[in-house]
Every structure is written in C-alpha cells, then in structure tokens.
Design a protein around this ligand. Structure first.
Ligand code: IPE
Ligand code: IPE
Ligand code: MG
Length: 254
C-alpha cells in the first residue's frame, strides 16, 4: 500500500461513521493455476498457496469487523477439469478441514457451505456437515464457502422447491415474491453481498451469486489469489468506500 492509499484508508477510518466495512464481502478466488505457471510450478502448488491466502483472509476479515465472508472455492463447472486436478483440490479440502476447523471454531467462526450436496462423495458431505454442526452456535465471523456451487443451479433448485409447494397447495403463486424466493436459496438468512472481489484480472461472475449480487459493488484486482492478503483486502475496501450506492434511487446509501 502506498502513502496516498494509506492516507485514504486513515481518512476513511476517521470520517463520521468510520471506515466503511461492508457487512458481507464475497470473493471469487481466481488465478491459482496462473500464479503457479508463472513460477514454473505445478497447478497444485498454486492451490496449496491459495489455501494459505484463505487462512490470512479469514483472519483479516474477522479483525476488520466484516460479518459475512463468502469464498468461491469450487464451481459446478470446475468438475470439467482434469481428474488429477479435481483429486488434488478434494484432498486440499479434506486437509483444510482436518487442520483448520478446530482453530476456526476456537476463533468463534460460524461455517456455512452453499452449493449442491446430493451429488458429492459421502466423505466430503460428512466433512461439510461436521463444519456446520461444530460451529453452528458461534457468533463471530460467518464464513460461507461456496463449494460445488453454481448460481443458476441454485436458482433452479429453489424454483423446484417453490413449484412443489405451489403444486401441493402450501403456497399461492402470487406469494412467490423476490423476498420469498430468497428464502429458498442456499444463502437464505444471509445478507446480500455488498462487495464482490475477484482476483486474477478476469472480470466476470462465473456463475457466482447472480441473484444475491444484484446491487453489489465489484472490485477486480490484478493479482492472483495466492498473492491476496490483508493489504489487498484493505485496498478493495478503500475502493468500496469511495463508491456511491444508490440502489436505483437518487441518494447515496452505504
Ligand atoms: C482458482 O484458481 C481455484 C479454482 C477455480 C478451484 P484457478 O484454478 O481457476 O486458476 P487459473 O484461473 O487457472 O489461473
Ligand atoms: C471461478 O473461477 C470459480 C472459482 C473461483 C472457484 P474459474 O477459474 O472456474 O472461472 P472461469 O472458468 O475463468 O470463468
Ligand atoms: Mg480460474
């Protein structure tokens, strides 16, 4: 962070309500493979370093007072990658839960996983359930992990639930409002993301939170995910702090 950015952060921190810390930050953690390739390393090394960046980011988010942090870790479309890469990614997930879950629990983090569960291996499913049940009553940072996640698939599943309720007479078609539909998504009960960050320089959503990000601010960073840390998060927050959010109206709201 350079001097100008530090001053902007300090000024933001000192103004009125203080530094604008969004309630919900969602991150598309992209660029692990390119980070590794640029160093002549195998892609798995990028994913390993990516896990380190996850640790640093969860810590920083808690310290900064962010209430909800959502991390896009594996998409429905990522299954189309080579089997060996999928194998490496699943092993990293298993190892992360084994090594980090107890620590997250001690830090008061509540873990929630969004994405499709029915099609996952039984052992991965039980790891997910372990994370959620152990940390269910924690009141610190809510860490939402989007795993086997696709926003279109999530909406289609929600639409199926709604259709079944209407067909069974439990719900009237006219009761299907945006608020009601939100309660059928995997993210039910969570606030919408205020800020979506994507690393790697790509500027797209890749099937991430299409519904929930309707009024999110977007920050695209030209660094790869293994390089992401507290400083990069603060840079994104500085940029967020300068944005004028109008939600379709005429006045700025944050
Ligand atoms: C993000 O990094 C991790 C996952 C999508 C699982 P990538 O693996 O997409 O890395 P690049 O985009 O190929 O560099
Ligand atoms: C999005 O990254 C998914 C995750 C970060 C988990 P991808 O690397 O899969 O996205 P595309 O293929 O570049 O759009
Ligand atoms: Mg990628």
């Amino acid at each position: 962070m350079n001097a100008i950015e530090r001053r902007a952060l300090a000024e933001a921190a000192s103004t009125g309500g203080g530094f604008v810390v969004p309630a919900h930050v969602a991150i598309i953690m992209d660029g692990n493979g390119r980070w590794a390739a640029a160093r002549g390393l195998p892609r798995v090394e990028g994913h390993r370093r990516g896990v380190e960046a996850v640790r640093a980011t969860v810590r920083a988010a808690g310290e900064l007072g962010i209430r909800v942090l959502t991390l896009y870790s594996f998409s429905k479309e990522n299954w189309s990658r080579p089997k060996s890469e999928i194998f490496d990614l699943m092993n990293l997930l298993r190892r992360f839960v084994r090594e980090d879950l107890a620590e997250l629990h001690r830090a008061g983090v509540r873990v929630r996983i969004i994405g499709e569960r029915d099609t996952l291996d039984a052992d991965i499913c039980s790891l997910i359930e372990e994370c959620e049940s152990l940390t269910r009553d924690n009141t610190g940072l809510t860490l939402v992990v989007a795993f086997n996640y696709g926003s279109r698939q999530e909406m289609a599943r929600a639409a199926q639930c709604v259709a079944m309720d209407v067909a069974a007479g439990r719900l009237k078609a006219e009761e299907v409002t945006p608020d009601h539909f939100s309660t059928r998504l995997d993210t039910a009960g969570l606030p919408d993301p205020d800020l979506v960050i994507r690393t790697s320089g790509e500027q797209r959503l890749s099937n991430f939170l299409l519904w929930q990000a309707a009024y999110a601010e977007f920050v695209f960073l030209p660094i790869h995910w293994p390089e992401f840390n507290r400083e990069a998060l603060e840079r994104a927050l500085i940029e967020f702090s300068g944005r004028e959010r109008r939600f379709g109206g005429l006045e700025s709201r944050s």
